[in-house]
Design a protein around this ligand. Sequence first.
Ligand code: ADP
Ligand code: MG
Length: 440
Amino acid sequence: MIENSILNELKKEISEAEYSAYISKMKYDENASKSDLVVFVVPNIYIANWIKTKYSDQIAHLFETYRKIKPEIRIIVESQKKDVKSLKTPGGKPQIRNILNPSYTFDSFVIGESNRFAYEIAKKISQKQAEAYNPVWIYGGTGLGKTHILNAIGNNVSEKNKNVIYVTAEQFLNDFLTRIQNHTMDRFRDKYRNCDYLLIDDVQFFGGKESVQEEFFHTFNELHGKKKQIVMTSDKTPKQILGLEERLKSRFEWGMIADIQPPGLETKIAIIIQKCHLNQIEIDKEIINYLASNINDNIRQIEGIILKLNAQASIIGQNISLTMAKNAIKDTQKENLENITLENIIKTVSKELNIKPSEIKSKSRNKTTANARRIVIYLARTLTPNSMPHLAQFLNMKDHSSVSKAMKIITTEIAENINIKMMVDEMKKKIQSEQGDKTM
Ligand code: ADP
Ligand code: MG
């Protein structure tokens, strides 16, 4: 195929190793391509990203000399070749906002003890809506599969021509604000109150945002009254979300609440095997066991490590070795720590406690603020190498002795009050796993 041989031209411009690790893996997709669009399929997402960032321009340029117009170059991953679905709306028009991730299906979800309950409920409500399961609330830590399950429900029921809306709570809020501004709230209500399945991701985002809670309250009531399915995910239970109206909390507890726990060893092994399979990556059993035993619980990070290892191995033209695996884990742990900044800490703490970051940095003596400031200090001292004088400066405090005093108070509190300890531990985990996401 001429398109494949155009790529041959790149051989002159880049190294042999890079050519065989990346470019040689590209397959031209004749059916998906058009005169101004060239689509290539590659075996995994790492290769796709690498080509997109490093070679897209060069490739487009090569095609331009051939076709006389510069096409858009699109690189897609083999396992995700299925078209992105656009969903049916009441008027029959496809709705672009509701883009479900086609690779997040029930089939690609690995089931283990940690997620079985949530999986089964999700499966059940996809088959048949039942009052006892409305609403469904799925909660668990970062990277444990909440978004995956929610998309799996969406993909499954949209195949049965159900009218599905999938949005993050943040998108719901933005949509709401835009509609108010444009005076088109009737269209907003038309959309959200006339669907069969409303899937809302990361509902903790509604905490402290009263106007959108009011709107969601009515959306909820109307859908629930019409026996339409509502599914929500969050990193907490409804009770634990600060700044969430009582009437919403109680409604959210009407149906089913299911948690997703961090995966155990066996589930991690199963997930690694499945991700390797999906991305056509070969790893020895011994190395898989090593990875599963030493990696953290964030599945997004587990995926990232496998893809990194695969890219390294293909560059040096060898199989993935145990030493490479050990180094990759060490690097990731180091990166996780190094990437934690004071800004991340303040952001997480203020989000969890529902106050503004600027308030934590202000001189306010308000009890909640002082408390938040102490937690920031504690987390900064345990997770980063920042000195007390530097923290004092960062938080606009008098000097290092005020930081030291605050540190003493919070340390005692954590030792004596299990609730505070749990809350701080939770924030710590969140900061660490969010870092993990960023390094991918
Ligand atoms: P969350 O929304 O809980 O932060 P995601 O659903 O985004 O987590 O999951 C993070 C990544 O891990 C996704 O790529 C997802 O496909 C994958 N993942 C999570 N749980 C599983 C599972 N049980 N089986 C297969 N992949 C999973
Ligand atoms: Mg998510």
